[in-house]
Design a protein around this ligand. Structure first.
Ligand SMILES: [Zn+2]
Length: 89
């Protein structure tokens, strides 16, 4: 997966988390909104989009903008559906 559209189609979840240890705010990224803004063909890797986000909580608290991290979470239900076969007795 490398584009926003591919991440949407794969039912991935992407969370954005603040790296300031005083904050550590985490929220789920709205991939549909991101696709409307950037297009479905825009890259979705850390280097493609991480610079677009800054932590609102840190800004409200008057802290300098911290780096943010992205966590990509695969479609959990789909991965369960293709899970391990039970070993025959
Ligand atoms: Zn923060």
């Amino acid at each position: 997966m490398s584009t926003i559209g591919e991440a949407i189609d794969a039912n991935e979840t992407i969370s954005v988390n603040c790296h300031d240890p005083r904050c550590q705010h985490m929220s789920r990224l709205d991939l549909d909104a991101l696709a409307r803004q950037l297009g479905r063909d825009h890259g979705v890797m850390h280097q493609d989009i991480a610079h677009l986000f800054r932590c609102e909580r840190c800004a409200t608290a008057g802290r300098p903008p911290a780096k943010v991290g992205l966590t990509r979470i695969p479609d959990y239900k789909a991965s369960l559906a293709s899970s391990w076969a039970r070993k025959p007795d």
